[in-house]
Design a protein around this ligand. Structure first.
Ligand SMILES: [Zn+2]
Length: 98
């Protein structure tokens, strides 16, 4: 199945709504992910949660681009980002002895 990842047209990529009481609610249309599948037939489909792990790299890139376009430099907290953090292994122990 060929489908593009596009920002959710309902929440515009945010994945959630904030009401007047400042309570965040997940977007029903995208399930709080902020992105959806748009098929070659133009039909939008919600991304199944089983696809999140496989799409995490793409979603992270799209989200970084979106936030940069908004001028936002912080980190958004998303369910799939938490999975990314769990999987990340940073071997940052390269110390040279000269
Ligand atoms: Zn949405």
């Amino acid at each position: 199945m060929a489908a593009n990842l596009v920002p959710c047209p309902s929440c515009e990529g945010y994945g959630w709504f904030e009401d007047e009481y400042e309570q965040a609610a997940d977007c029903d249309w995208c399930g709080g992910i902020g992105y959806i599948y748009r098929g070659t037939d133009g039909v939008d489909r919600r991304i199944p949660s089983t696809d999140y792990a496989a799409l995490s790299d793409q979603l992270e890139r799209l989200e970084a681009e979106r936030l940069r376009a908004l001028g936002y430099t912080g980190q958004a907290k998303k369910p799939w980002e938490q999975k990314i953090r769990q999987q990340r292994n940073e071997g940052d122990s390269t110390k040279d002895h000269s």
